[in-house]
Design a protein around this ligand. Structure first.
Ligand code: SAM
Length: 232
């Protein structure tokens, strides 16, 4: 029986790597990753060298005769990482985990950073329950439809968005409910980290007036506490 380790890596700040993650990656026979060039840089930072890396195609492989399942069947321990943060959280890995769950091999999580949890940890009162939504659909119509559904539930939810669509996302949130409180968390753990908690209208106004919008964004849309009694 072999082990598949699902290993979280930093979301920007290399000092956020855990000791256990480094030890696991050092001892794994093979490291499966998204982009081998990005992963080599991460691994170099912790002096994890001479490792057999396999790329994304293997992470997405669901044929047990090849890819990760084959390596595990050969008695090799495999560590799976993505470009940043926790694998399977808006990142590849879930198909492999599904497949390996059906075998005798063990699956072991090595926890660490994830942008959603990092943002939630400084969000304050988000109510008793929250939803991790991740990326919304790219098309305007579908994005608006899903936003309307989420906002009508009146539960805090967490979104991921790229710098290319962040203004569109904030505009759509504002047009659904301009007063809804949001937190915009940009470049968490990095040099240009910035967080802003305000109404959706203020967040849209702030970002849309900038000359350029760069970085990675995590958005928290808070539940509306005026509309609900929380028994906390
Ligand atoms: N698996 C990752 C995790 O555990 O957070 C998420 C990977 S997903 C492909 C990448 C998205 O996560 C980015 O587009 C952004 O929305 C969010 N993200 C990643 N790093 C971030 C950071 N340092 N600050 C804010 N958001 C971040």
């Amino acid at each position: 029986m072999s082990t598949l380790y699902i290993v979280a890596t930093p979301i920007g700040n290399l000092q956020d790597m855990t000791y256990r993650a480094v030890e696991t990656l050092k001892s794994a026979d093979v490291i499966a990753c998204e982009d081998t060039r990005i992963s080599r840089k991460i691994l170099d930072a912790y002096s994890i060298t001479n490792k057999h890396l396999i790329s994304c195609s293997a992470i997405n492989e669901n044929n047990s005769k090849s890819g990760i399942a084959k390596l595990l069947n050969e008695g090799k321990n495999v560590a799976l990482i993505t470009d940043a943060g926790t694998p399977c959280i808006s990142d590849p890995g879930a198909r492999v985990v599904d497949e390996i769950q059906k075998t005798e091999h063990k699956i072991v999580p090595i926890p660490g950073p994830s942008a959603a949890v990092c943002a939630m940890s400084i969000a304050g009162n988000t109510g008793k329950t929250w939803i991790f939504e991740g990326f919304l659909p790219k098309s305007d119509g579908k994005m608006r439809k899903r936003l309307a559904e989420l906002m009508s539930m009146n539960i805090t939810f967490v979104l991921y968005e790229s710098p290319f669509r962040i203004i569109k996302l904030l505009k759509n949130i504002m047009e659904t409910d301009p007063e809804r409180r949001v937190m915009v968390a940009r470049e968490l753990t990095k040099m240009h980290e910035e967080t802003m908690t305000c109404s959706a209208a203020e967040a849209f106004s702030n970002l849309s007036q900038r000359q350029s919008v760069k970085g990675e964004f995590c958005i928290i849309v808070y539940y509306n506490s005026n509309d609900r009694n929380d028994e906390e």
